[in-house]
Design a binder for this molecule. Structure first.
Ligand code: GRF
Length: 194
């Protein structure tokens, strides 16, 4: 299966997916990586000769134009699956119409708990003793689509946000690699499914 990854930051989750695709038996290939800014994470793809693109909100007159441009940038690579891995923008109707149902997101909490951009901080603030990682289908809401996979992560008494987030990201990497493999039609490496 052909996968396009979207990111905004360091791209450690994207890097884990790229590493997984090095295995010829893994049923997916990352065909492009996009970002909403010149994110450091794009380097993981560039270093491997995988095409990258930046679709910055500020480069467009309004959100709707950005949404359409992002949809076009993704569509150019004919993905079977689009993976938001630390992509910190809410996509709009153009992206959802084009890829809805095959656009997934990884979120560092056990949805529906702690949606939004500060899930790890919110879990700590709430005194949670267990949190985790969720992979879900993206819908028009914020972290509200159907959950595909979840895995728990313990919160330790002296955790701070960075330490807990790193522990969650270690689990996110596993869960994302497993979930993409499960969604990709096994055995169709690098081909767009019919
Ligand atoms: C991940 O925890 C993701 O769930 C959240 O931001 C983090 C991205 O990390 N939205 P990285 O950029 O893949 O290192």
């Amino acid at each position: 299966a052909r996968v396009v990854v979207l990111l905004s930051g360091t791209g450690s989750l994207c890097a884990a997916l790229l590493d997984a695709t090095d295995d010829p038996a893994y049923p997916a290939d990352v065909v492009a990586v996009g970002a909403d800014r010149p994110a450091a994470g794009l380097e993981h793809a560039a270093r491997r000769g995988i095409p990258t693109f930046v679709s910055a909100l500020g480069d467009h007159p309004d959100r709707a134009a950005w949404d359409r441009a992002l949809a076009a940038s993704i569509a150019a690579f004919e993905p079977d699956l689009v993976v938001s891995a630390g992509f910190m923008k809410i996509v709009g109707p153009a992206v959802l119409d084009a890829f809805g149902g095959r656009l997934i997101n990884t979120h560092p909490a056990l949805l529906p708990a702690f949606p939004g951009a500060h899930a790890v901080r919110d879990a700590l603030a709430a005194g949670a003793t267990v949190t985790g990682s969720s992979v879900h289908v993206v819908d028009a809401g914020v972290d509200t689509g159907p959950v595909l996979a979840q895995r728990e992560v313990p919160v330790l008494p002296d955790d701070d946000e960075p330490r807990l987030h790193e522990r969650i990201k270690a689990v996110e990497r596993e869960l994302l690699v497993e979930t993409v493999a499960r969604l990709a039609a096994p055995g169709t490496r690098g081909t767009s499914s019919p």
